[in-house]
Design a protein around this ligand. Structure first.
Ligand SMILES: Cc1cn([C@H]2C[C@H](O)[C@@H](COP(=O)(O)OP(=O)(O)OP(=O)(O)O)O2)c(=O)[nH]c1=O
Length: 194
């Protein structure tokens, strides 16, 4: 059940906005615009997405001073590497090739921040995406389509591309917001802040 409390969505992601709106949440979009530094070597993906979600949420909460702020960060993890949004076509190709023929993890960190109390809760949800091998023509056509732009790991599971499927866990988590986890977090948050 969506909360009746309006959420301030600290995200420029159209996917996150759509997921929340479709689920019946009342939201106001106010992106954080923070820098998203590449992870330093050795950083665990789970720590990275949790920290970035917190940084996005806290930046907006502090700027506004009141309201319930929601932020998220999504990254893919494969062979010990964290994959963010590709910088360009070559970077997208590198990411696609790295993931082909593998099961990869997609992690989304979410953070709920109650600005007036300076209190927050966070969680990280992990899903597994199965990536099949592409032939050269298929790979080129995909890269030419630009559908990789702005998406962690250089693909969108929601785009009906036949080479990716969610093998385990939450689908909405892969798209950028684990809705089941968010609902649970919202139910518990008032108790944590009493
Ligand atoms: C893996 C995957 C990611 N994505 C998207 C979700 C996120 O928008 C994006 C990861 O980048 P994020 O940095 O998590 O989010 P963002 O830059 O789009 O927005 P903001 O920082 O303002 O919240 O990748 C998909 O849409 N489909 C997918 O299958």
């Amino acid at each position: 059940m969506p909360t009746s409390v309006p959420l301030i969505l600290a995200s420029a992601s159209p996917r996150r906005k759509q997921l929340l709106t479709e689920a019946g949440y009342t939201i106001e979009v106010d992106p954080s615009d923070i820098d998203e530094p590449e992870p330093t070597p050795g950083t665990l993906a789970v720590d990275y997405v949790a920290l970035l979600a917190w940084r996005k949420a806290s930046a907006v909460a502090r700027r506004r001073g009141n309201g319930l702020v929601l932020a998220a960060d999504t990254a893919c993890a494969v062979e010990g590497e964290i994959l963010n949004k590709p910088e360009d076509r070559a970077d997208a190709e590198r990411m696609i090739r790295l993931q082909e023929g593998r099961d990869t993890k997609v992690l989304t960190g979410i953070c709920l921040y109650r600005a007036e109390r300076d209190e927050w809760v966070g969680a990280v949800e992990i899903s597994v995406v199965r990536f099949r091998v592409l032939d050269n023509a298929e790979r080129h056509a995909f890269l030419d389509s630009n559908r990789w732009a702005g998406k962690a790991g250089a693909y969108g599971v929601q785009d009906s591309d036949p080479f990716v499927s969610v093998a385990r866990g939450s689908f909405t988590n892969v798209v950028g917001l684990p809705m089941e986890r968010l609902t649970a977090l919202l139910q518990n948050f008032p108790n944590l802040t009493r």
